[in-house]
Design a protein around this ligand. Structure first.
Ligand SMILES: [Ca+2]
Length: 344
């Protein structure tokens, strides 16, 4: 296996990143978490176009593509930790690379969201990092996870949120995927790690289960040992220094692996080719992005690839058409949207 770093777009404080379908062709979109640029680039081709948003973008956190000409994006999460003006924006393509931004709703410290279809009804789950703050380290008022039916009109519609999980202090972690066969959202905070099971029918309850009781800043789930049961992979502590794996036993989830990194801000678990991997990264110091491969038996993971001075805020992984993988990374230290191209 080989991994090649490809720098794709120079962006100040690149934070929000996602895959973007452009008429069936795979693209990536990456926007600054402060007041830098937004770039869009093809994943199976060269070049990059810088997108013009009106009014200009600032404090982007997360995307959700609705169709070719519309996406949702969190805006106004800037300056970091003073985000009373955060909002969810609908971006509508005007022409070429020009996008019009309109607020759907304002929600102070809106940090993560999920747009989920249940039958024909869209729901939006919103996670706030905290309540109002006096200064950066003021965590006295916790955040929440809230849920609303998406109104017919995204802009100017009647958004009515009700709390789903609270309190959520340092409510940072979000993951979406299949967890033990169910479409699941994971949220994590100082109070622990929570799973929200997406109902299959309108009217069914959005069941919340607390999976782990300690402070976790980000998490992911994957069946790393192939026994049919998903494990939990966590960053313990708020941007803490322990990457951990938890396996379900008769006594609940038990920690089976620990790995030290500084100020971890990235966790991903899955398979690269046939090999179970964890991808994790540090935001400061050596600012490493590390690819750890699981041993054939037991719970040990060994770094196989490591890149310094990356400062990954997150990673997103897709299989590409070249029998490999694209690992998308908004890299704070490098000041780049980077694709790590994984080939056999
Ligand atoms: Ca397993």
């Amino acid at each position: 296996m080989k991994i090649t770093r490809i720098d794709r777009a120079k962006i100040e404080n690149p934070y929000a990143i996602d895959f973007f379908d452009c008429s069936g062709k795979p693209y990536a979109i990456c926007a600054s978490g402060s007041d830098g640029a937004c770039a869009m680039f093809p994943l199976e081709g060269d070049g990059c176009s810088f997108q013009q948003w009106n009014p200009s973008n600032g404090g982007a956190q997360m995307f959700h593509q609705l169709d070719q000409d519309h996406f949702l994006v969190i805006q106004g999460f800037f300056p970091e930790f003073q985000c009373q003006g955060s909002y969810l924006a609908l971006a509508t393509r005007e022409d070429g690379r020009h996008w019009k931004l309109e607020p759907c709703f304002f929600m102070p410290y809106l940090h993560k969201f999920a747009y989920i279809m249940v039958e024909n009804q869209a729901f939006l789950l919103a996670a706030t990092l905290s309540g109002p703050k006096i200064e950066k380290e003021d965590w006295s008022i916790p955040g929440q996870v809230l849920i609303a039916k998406v109104p017919d009109k995204l802009v100017g519609g009647n958004w009515q949120f009700t709390p789903l999980i609270e309190p959520m202090t340092k409510n940072h972690g979000f993951w979406q995927g299949s967890f033990n066969g169910h479409h699941t959202l994971l949220f994590s905070a100082s109070e622990g790690l929570y799973a929200v099971k997406v109902p299959s029918r309108i009217g069914q309850v959005w069941a919340v289960e607390k999976l782990l009781p300690h402070e976790i800043s980000d998490a992911a789930a994957f069946d790393l040992d192939g026994d049919g049961q998903d494990e939990l992979v966590t960053i313990n502590g708020f941007h803490g220094d322990e990457l951990a794996v938890y396996d379900l036993s008769e006594d609940g989830y038990q920690q089976v692996f620990s790995y030290h990194l500084d100020y971890i801000h990235t966790v991903w678990a899955g398979k690269l080719f046939d090999f179970p991997y964890l991808i994790a990264g540090e935001l400061f110091g050596e600012a490493k992005l590390v690819f750890l491969e699981k041993s054939e038996s037991g719970w040990n993971f060994t770094p196989q690839f490591s890149f310094d001075q990356i400062g990954p805020f997150s990673v997103k992984v897709r299989q590409n058409s070249k029998n490999g993988y694209d690992v998308l990374c908004p890299a704070r230290t490098a000041g780049q949207a980077i694709v790590f191209s994984v080939s056999p």
